[in-house]
Design a protein around this ligand. Structure first.
Ligand SMILES: Cc1ncc(COP(=O)(O)O)c(C=O)c1O
Length: 379
């Protein structure tokens, strides 16, 4: 079945016999047992819930995985994932990461005895040189948030396997529509489902997807114990959002390309980071491992003054954190998504007062460009 069909029919509605086209919202915390020692397959909604299960099966199919777990946010998915590791373990992670993952690693996981090396994961030899006896995993985002660095997943997976390490890929930016990390050799895929999967800026959600039985069992145990599961109603919103994933992304990407090209020729823009531009240093690897480039753009303005003016003057585009929804959002990573990263570390990566991030939504490209144009103009 084609991906776009799977978005709609990835899991048949076997949950009621009314003929309902939309999967029911099973707003129940618990489920009655038909007899002693018997179960309908559903005991308690922290463990399983039919609406959430429908969503999880759909996401597992879209990623080509065996199991998907739906969480109350992307961060809760990553926090549960960290429970796979023990004090003394070491993880190699991309040196450009969503600020929340960075905060979790260095403020919580590290306190629990797990250490991290942040490296340029675009360079396989860099990853290899940081592997030590305690290393248990490589954690990458690709493209990274916000600098849009791309890591070669197949090569990294090969290296990880040869050292018995887990390869974990945060696939939030491209989604399985454009990138299938499990097929390229990754062990675990992460999503902030809040973004493109939900797609409407109205729900928080997260996912872990695996293709291995043993990993699924280990994570399911932590999942039911930690209890950061997605509610039935939010699961339904995600199911609804995913139905239009492919068409949304196609249009968002088309518009993002037009905006990236427009930004590239603007005199007050010094650099445009969009993996779909042939000038992007990771364009070739993006083309090789993904079927699309997505709709996330970061760009550097000529001055802090210009960046602040753009943020203050956009009107159709909204100044807000988050991404992947139908509404176009502009973000100031330095003050929002990456505010908790130490200044020097952040600035060394290019996350400074001149960097803006754009999540291109579904509005007409010309309207968005018109809005940006007036926002750049001095009064
Ligand atoms: C790449 C990436 N991963 C994970 C997260 C965390 O997801 P959530 O905000 O749903 O907790 C985000 C949030 O922006 C993100 O951009």
């Amino acid at each position: 079945m084609d991906f776009s069909t799977l978005c709609i029919h990835g899991n048949d509605n076997k949950y009621d016999n009314t003929g309902s086209i939309s999967v029911p919202i099973f707003q129940s915390a618990t489920f009655a047992h038909p007899g002693v020692g018997l179960s309908t397959g559903y005991d308690y909604s922290r463990l399983q819930n039919p609406t959430r299960e429908h969503l999880e099966k759909t996401v597992a199919k879209l990623e080509g995985g065996l199991d998907a777990m739906a969480f109350s946010s992307g961060m809760s998915a990553i926090a549960v994932l960290m429970e796979l590791f023990s004090p003394g373990d070491h993880i190699i992670a991309s040196d450009d990461l969503y600020g929340g993952s960075h905060r979790l690693f260095f403020n919580i996981s590290e306190k629990n005895g797990i250490s991290f090396s942040l490296v340029n994961t675009r360079d396989i030899s860099e990853i290899e040189s940081h592997i030590r006896a305690e290393t248990k995993a490589v954690f990458i985002e690709t493209p990274t948030n916000p600098m849009m660095h791309v890591t070669d997943i197949a090569k990294t997976a090969h290296l990880a396997k040869s050292h018995d390490l887990l390869l974990i890929v945060d696939n939030t930016f491209l989604t399985p529509y454009y990138l299938k990390p499990l097929a390229l050799g990754a062990d675990i895929v992460i999503h902030s489902g809040t973004k493109f999967l939900g797609g409407h800026n109205d729900t928080l959600a997260g996912f872990l997807v695996v293709s291995d039985n043993e990993l699924s069992e280990r994570l399911r145990f932590i999942y039911k114990t930690a209890g950061a599961c997605l509610s039935p109603f939010d699961s339904w919103l995600l199911i609804r959002g995913i139905k239009t994933l492919a068409v949304r992304l196609d249009r968002q990407q088309e518009t993002a390309m037009k905006i990236a090209q427009w930004l590239s020729s603007h005199e007050k823009v010094k650099a445009v980071h969009y993996v779909g531009l042939p000038s992007h240093p990771d364009y070739e690897i993006s083309k090789k491992q993904a079927t699309g480039f997505g709709s996330m753009i970061s760009f550097e303005t000529d001055s802090e003054e210009t960046a602040v003016r753009v943020l203050s003057k956009v009107s159709l585009i909204q100044y807000a954190e988050s991404l992947g929804g139908v509404e176009t959002l502009i973000t100031y990573p330095m003050l929002q998504t990456h505010a908790d990263i130490p200044k020097e570390e952040r600035e060394a990566k290019g996350i400074h007062e001149k960097l803006l991030r754009l999540s291109v939504g579904l509005e007409c490209a010309e309207d968005l460009i018109h809005d940006l144009k007036q926002a750049f103009e001095e009064e």
